[in-house]
Design a binder for this molecule. Sequence first.
Ligand SMILES: *Cc1c(COP(=O)(O)O)cnc(C)c1O
Ligand code: SF4
Length: 452
Amino acid sequence: MEMSSHAGSQAKYKPYNRSSIKRAPQWERIPPELREAVEVVSHVLPFRTNQYVLDELIDWDRIPDDPIYRLNFPHESMLDPDDYATLRDLVRSGDKQRLAKEIHAARTRMNPHPAGQLTDNVPQLDGEVVPGIQHKYRETVLFFPSAGQTCHAYCTFCFRWPQFVGEEDLRFAAKDAEGLCAYLRRHPEVTDVLITGGDPLIMRTATLERYLEPLLAPDLAHVRNIRIGTKAVGYWPQRFVSDVDADDLLRLFERVVGAGKHLALMGHYNHPAELRPAVAHDALRRINGTGAVVRMQSPVLRHINDDPAAWHELWTEGVRLGAIPYYMFVERDTGARAYFELPLTEAYDIFRAAYASVSGLARTVRGPSMSAFPGKVMVDGTPTIRGEKVFALQLLQARRGHLVRQPFYARFDPEVTWFDQLVPAFGDQRFPFEEETATVPAQGRRLDLVGA
Ligand SMILES: *Cc1c(COP(=O)(O)O)cnc(C)c1O
Ligand code: SF4
């Protein structure tokens, strides 16, 4: 393995929050009215950035429209105008008690728990809830290590935002891999474990190792693929290059690969700017050198990447540098969604224009896809069939596995932005996944939900 060539020049991770950002060298470059918006909105939505993002990813000549500035810095129109005015006045007057009350109320109005995240996919073992895991699709278990539930910087669109502002009960996360492994031993159908957060690579290597090592045991040979969801590739690529335990991390990756597993880093890249710095290239080269594979995924977001050219650069540079295009998502129905959302028809047009502009090597990507209750719903076009303009849709993943990739259709509507606004086309009463649950007796229906 290549040793770190940066060992002598370790970059120090330096985060900023609402108070400390005022000491960042770039703070002076933010005009006063935008600064007040950062102050006000960050009471509701979480705010965290770091010196690498400020120095290397944001183009300060282009703020506030710079995409990474939008991605990291709270902005006035991310809140409802009335909420913003109320909170701004309370921040100005210093009425802390009323401020706290209004903050909580504003958060509650922003759908903090979309798609039954906390309640629907939590499996049981011998009648006990297994902490820190979710099991929705047959072959893949999600695992939330408690030490990995934060990030190197926060995205203003984040769907996990309530956990960063303390509105979500974090006791659901797992302190060790014991429960996970016991569950996996009883579930031979599970081939994939996806370790996620937050960002699991916020953990020190030694901590991550305690979670990963047990998965390599011989009695878990059916777990073929280990994935780690991470944004460190974008927000802190030094994690793989110059952090004190970067080399240890790469050795841990090698050990997982050496044990016969496929190791995939599911890299969250929201904009090609994250792929431009040399250290981001180094990170990809070093990760790929361990035998691990990097895949890239992101939602399509207004103000950030609602442009086929951005996706073209992301996917073609990704392929060249060693990150395989995987998913384009639709922004979820939570948080500042009114600010980021795009009509489904626009998301589809962006996807298709970008997809048409790249070679087959980048067409491993799928989308645009909505993570909704029945599964991952992909918009696959807006054709006119027998005189009716429709959305052609498919489930890329489904709670009921046999529905995967079965086409279905919804009435076309240029304003629809999310799954729950879709209406079946051709006068049908139900979508295929609704038919399924409606015809299953009550007992079966419960089974469908538990561990489905
Ligand atoms: C997306 C997702 C997965 C992984 O699905 P793949 O299509 O295999 O990448 C697993 N569980 C949940 C809950 C998901 O949302
Ligand atoms: S990296 Fe992922 S979990 Fe972290 S703030 Fe961004 S979207 Fe949320």
